[in-house]
Design a protein around this ligand. Sequence first.
Ligand SMILES: Nc1nc2c(ncn2[C@@H]2O[C@H](COP(=O)(O)OP(=O)(O)OP(=O)(O)O)[C@@H](O)[C@H]2O)c(=O)[nH]1
Ligand SMILES: [Mg+2]
Length: 203
Amino acid sequence: MGSALASDRAVYLPGTVRVAAKILVVGHFAVGKTTFVGSLSEIRPLRTEETMTQAGALVDDLRGTEDKTTTTVAMDFGRLTLSESLVLYLFGAPGQRRFTRLWRDMTHGALGALVLADTRRLEQSFPVMAVLEEHGLPYAVAVNHFQGAPRFAESEVREALDLLPETPLVTCDARDRTSSTQALIALVQHLQSRQARISQEQA
Ligand SMILES: Nc1nc2c(ncn2[C@@H]2O[C@H](COP(=O)(O)OP(=O)(O)OP(=O)(O)O)[C@@H](O)[C@H]2O)c(=O)[nH]1
Ligand SMILES: [Mg+2]
């Protein structure tokens, strides 16, 4: 692993790539999903941003992200070549709960998900994690740290989100490519060790 950090954002996939995996980037409204996919993608990310209007003001919680003017209405799409042989296709979900049906559809064919969370509203992560659990999709959690957001000990965040001991929990800055890559690597390592465990049990 590691070539993704050093390489330029290449348009074409290297011929050495053998495995392509669909990874979801999910989380509640305005947690930084579009920013995360945009920081990581080596191709120009596909975005489906629309301007937010007064109509959404009563339902969309903009606390802490008052500068935000657009929201994802379908999905974000990006690509990250993580090693010579592995490429990740990143699908960023829309954030509002009215898109729950789309979240379900997006789980099809996905290998795993990265749940972005914000310590100012951890409880808003539950509906997202519930959909993943309902579909048996393994996930890791990355706290996207916003300025002024409270910092809690890892054990406190784990307890608040009711995470299983094996679920990875990391902190990231979705605007930073290196930090976002580390979060994704935590998920990929989790998926690999989970797969190894399943194969061992089946042997
Ligand atoms: N301080 C800080 N701001 C961030 C970070 N990540 C995203 N932002 C800002 O937070 C706002 C929300 O980011 P988005 O990437 O649009 O969030 P989203 O989860 O895609 O939002 P929806 O698609 O509307 O649910 C934007 O104004 C970003 O610039 C971060 O790590 N730190
Ligand atoms: Mg978005």
